[in-house]
Design a protein around this ligand. Structure first.
Ligand code: SF4
Ligand code: SF4
Length: 100
């Protein structure tokens, strides 16, 4: 069933299970907007072990020719897994507050 909403509604007024707008994917929405912490990658320290790349739940670690090239902030949600998995001898990713 489709409904037309001609006024702003609170979430309590919405029918259960309704879809707002057309169905979509993260291709249309930059989910990195949700982030409160930002990973900062240091290319000088990185040993390209790819642990961060394989562990990132949002596929936000950018790789070219089996080397890390940076972080896609359009989709990184700032979970910090990459920083926690980065080997201590490298410590190539630091999490900082987003407003810095
Ligand atoms: S902070 Fe989380 S989402 Fe962002 S790059 Fe690291 S592992 Fe991926
Ligand atoms: S886990 Fe750390 S050292 Fe390994 S590729 Fe990622 S940033 Fe580089």
């Amino acid at each position: 069933m489709s409904m037309k909403f001609d006024k702003l509604m609170t979430w309590k007024e919405l029918p259960a299970g309704c879809l707002i707008d057309e169905p979509s994917t993260s291709l249309r929405f930059k989910t990195g907007d949700w982030r409160s912490m930002r990973p900062v990658w240091d290319s000088e320290k990185c040993i390209h072990c790819l642990f961060c790349w394989i562990s990132c739940p949002d596929s936000a670690i950018k790789v070219e020719n089996e080397k890390i090239t940076g972080i896609d902030y359009n989709y990184c949600k700032g979970c910090g897994i990459c920083a926690s998995i980065c080997p201590p001898k490298a410590s190539a990713i630091e999490m900082i507050r987003e407003e810095k």
